[in-house]
Design a protein around this ligand. Structure first.
Ligand code: GLA
Length: 389
């Protein structure tokens, strides 16, 4: 469903559920990260793009004070969020992404309006495409619409990140929320996670597309692996005597190898290499040098698999199939994307070969894993927006 159809659908759902039309409609996209994985919390570079998959909310003020009622129009589940006192964590679990954002506004002393809300998301859940960031950024955008006070997109991203830290318990970096808030149609976003400086990198060569291949193995970043990787990076930085791995070079790491465990060394090697690969890949994209970009994507995957240990068998299988299809069959490169442990791969492919590549990957993936993959392509989409209101 495109955004237009999604808006019409949710408007009808709101009307059906609450018996009146919505006053505001807002949306925020998910993302796919082209390269720069597990670099954001190391002050490095990332290169994501917003995808044409959205968290979308329709809302209206309600006369009954003290609560925000949220109706999940897809799963037909409701959440009543008490706003008469400080917003706390609660049930259902997905409501915590919304609660976390509301809590931030409260702490700032802002009055939260009582609302009736209907929401849907076309970002696959647990697919590594930032369904949670989309929901958080969407909620902040709803606050913007409903209070009439504009929020700077960078601030919006930071509010959403705080919600993820405090209400979802994932010590994530800034990539997902930044791209969901700041994405621009037709562009990738090269983000320097240290300075928060952004550069829009045009991706308008119609001869290539990014294909998202969902292994349909759900990933769970709250399980502790993510926090553990982050801690290992901090340990490496400490041993190297730098503020973050952004400041370390491959040479420095080699010289300090004996001072750290093999695991910490491998984690640092991934991060230091990945930061460089991201800058090279961005340059490749600026020059439309797709074979080069593809090679950096493969290298990123091997490093995530071998040094960072965040891949899984199913993600590896997708990359192997992509490699077998190769450049002759239209695949330039492929890698896991997002936090890892399941979720999606992203492949850079020739537009004319999208159909045959989709068929090949689906067939071989099913044969080798017994699982059906979901595959779609997306042009770079716009970031969060107020559609109505
Ligand atoms: C998750 C986090 C991001 C980032 C990626 C890995 O998506 O939310 O901040 O660390 O993992 O690159």
């Amino acid at each position: 469903m495109d955004l237009h159809a999604l808006t019409a659908h949710l408007t009808a759902e709101f009307q059906r559920h609450y018996g009146r039309p919505p006053r505001w409609i807002v949306a925020a996209p998910g993302r796919v990260n082209v390269i720069g994985e597990h670099t954001d919390y190391n002050d490095g570079f990332v290169l994501p793009m917003a995808i044409e998959r959205y968290a979308i909310m329709a809302a209206d003020a309600t006369a009954a004070p003290g609560a925000i009622n949220v109706y999940d129009a897809h799963f037909q589940e409701t959440a009543k969020i008490d706003i008469s006192g400080p917003v706390t964590q609660g049930q259902p679990k997905w409501s915590n992404y919304i609660r976390g954002v509301l809590a931030w506004f409260q702490k700032r002393g802002e009055k939260i309006p009582a609302l009736d809300v209907a929401f849907m998301s076309t970002v696959p859940l647990g697919g590594g495409l930032s369904s949670s960031a989309a929901l958080e950024v969407c909620t902040a955008t709803l606050m913007e619409a409903a209070t009439g006070r504009g929020i700077d997109p960078v601030e919006k991203a930071l509010i959403a990140q705080t919600a993820e830290h405090e209400f979802a318990g994932v010590p994530c970096g800034i990539m997902d929320q930044f791209i969901s808030a700041l994405g621009r149609e037709g562009h990738l976003l090269l983000l320097d996670c240290r300075t928060r400086k952004t550069e829009l990198v045009p991706m308008n060569d119609l001869s290539v597309e990014l294909l998202v291949i969902n292994t349909n193995v759900k990933h769970e970043l709250g399980s502790g692996e993510y926090a553990q990787r982050r801690a290992q990076c901090e340990e490496a930085a400490k041993i190297l005597g730098v503020t973050s791995l952004r400041d370390a070079t491959a040479d420095q790491l080699e010289q300090a190898k004996s001072k750290m465990s093999a695991v910490v060394y491998a984690r640092a090697r991934h991060v230091i290499g990945e930061i460089e690969r991201t800058l090279h890949a961005a340059e490749g994209i600026r020059q439309s040098n797709w074979p080069t970009v593809g090679q950096f994507m493969y290298a990123s995957h091997y490093s995530l698999r071998d040094d960072y240990a965040v891949s899984c068998q199913e993600l590896d299988v997708v990359v192997e199939i992509a490699e077998d299809i190769g450049m002759v069959g239209g695949v330039y490169g492929c890698r896991m994307t997002g936090g890892g442990f399941g979720g999606c791969c992203v492949a850079l492919v020739k537009t004319g070969a999208v159909d045959s590549i989709t068929r090949e990957i689906a067939k071989h993936y099913q044969e080798r894993t017994g699982i059906e993959a979901s595959i779609f392509s997306s042009r770079p989409a716009a970031g969060a927006m107020i559609i109505k209101g």
